[in-house]
Structure formats: structure tokens, C-alpha cells
Design a protein. Structure first.
Length: 182
């Protein structure tokens, strides 16, 4: 992920309520993945947020996969993958949908290039989320309804937004400990 890209995860409302009993403003910390350190083997790691995708399987996404393949170019190096689908452009805006071995959704989300906002991409992701009843979440687990105002609130104080606004200040703040990885 490039520093100018803002990462959003999508989560189904019914999966959140089934797992948590309600829709919190923020995903509980015990569901948020820790930063993986060098001693952690990625093959052994399971993101606890996959629990929000229980009962959401590949067969349910065939229409959406076809739609996105029609609307956006597929990310070249993933075209032959059978468990990860990605559309858009890796250095700007992209959507990625991945499945576990049992064909359950593992994750679904996107990255937005904040250097130059692509309004049609924003429209696409918001429409997709609203049509499928997904909420959006930033890396800290803040959950929001998928609309421009709430997306803007998530983006406003993010590291990518601060980097794009003033790269030199951002890097200096990061170096001096005033900014932390998010």
C-alpha cells in the first residue's frame, strides 16, 4: 500500500450484528489485527474480522465479480488467482475481494488514491456498499455508513490525507514520533 492510499474495509451489517450483537461505532479491539511482527508467520495468522463474513460465500459474489470485472480492469498479477480478485490500479484506486479455502469471504475492501480523488470510483464503492448493506471501516476499526460525509470523516485525519496535504511535514512528524503508523 502506498502512503497516499487510504484503506477501507467493507463489512456486512448482518455479519457484524450476528457476531457482535449490535453495530458499534468502532470494532472492538480484540477483533482488530495487531501489526504483524517479524516473529509471526503469516500462514498461521487469521484475521478475527473474517468472523463478520460468516455465511458469505463465493457463490454469492459471482454477479458482483462479473460486474466489477466489466467496470474496472483486473489487477494484472492476480488475474490467474482463484481466491483473490482485484480490480483497478495498484498505485491509485483498487478493490480487492479474497476468499478462504472453504470459499467463505476472507476480506473485501478498497484503497483510494488521495492525491487525486476519482469521483467515479468513490461513487462505485459507495453504491456497492449501500446496495449490499456493507458498512465501511478504516484501519483503526471506526465503522461508518457508506456515504460521502462519513467517508470524508474517516479520511480527514488519516496518515494518507496528512501525507498528501504536506509530505515534508508528515515525514518530519513521523521521524520525530509525532505521527504513528495507522
Amino acid at each position: 500500500m502506498a502512503i497516499w492510499q487510504f484503506n477501507i474495509e467493507f463489512f456486512p451489517i448482518n455479519g457484524l450484528t450476528a457476531e457482535l450483537g449490535n453495530i458499534p461505532v468502532k470494532i472492538p479491539d480484540n477483533y482488530l489485527p495487531d501489526f504483524v511482527d517479524y516473529h509471526t508467520h503469516l500462514d498461521d495468522y487469521t484475521d478475527p474480522r473474517t468472523n463478520f463474513w460468516k455465511n458469505h460465500y463465493r457463490d454469492d459474489f459471482s454477479g458482483l465479480i462479473h460486474e466489477l470485472t466489466y467496470k474496472l480492469p483486473e489487477v494484472e498479477w492476480l488475474i490467474s488467482s482463484t481466491d483473490v480478485f482485484s480490480w483497478g490500479h495498484e498505485n491509485t484506486n483498487d478493490l480487492t475481494l479474497s476468499f478462504k479455502d472453504d470459499n467463505q469471504v476472507e476480506s473485501f475492501g478498497c484503497r483510494i488514491d488521495l492525491r487525486e480523488i476519482d469521483e467515479s470510483f468513490i461513487d462505485l464503492i459507495l453504491e456497492l456498499c449501500n446496495r449490499n448493506k456493507y458498512l465501511i471501516s478504516d484501519r483503526q476499526g471506526n465503522l461508518r455508513t457508506a456515504n460521502r460525509l462519513e467517508l470524508g470523516k474517516l479520511i480527514a485525519n488519516s496518515n494518507p490525507a496528512n501525507f498528501v496535504a504536506d509530505p515534508e511535514k508528515f515525514l518530519n512528524d513521523f521521524e520525530n514520533g509525532k505521527r504513528k503508523p495507522k
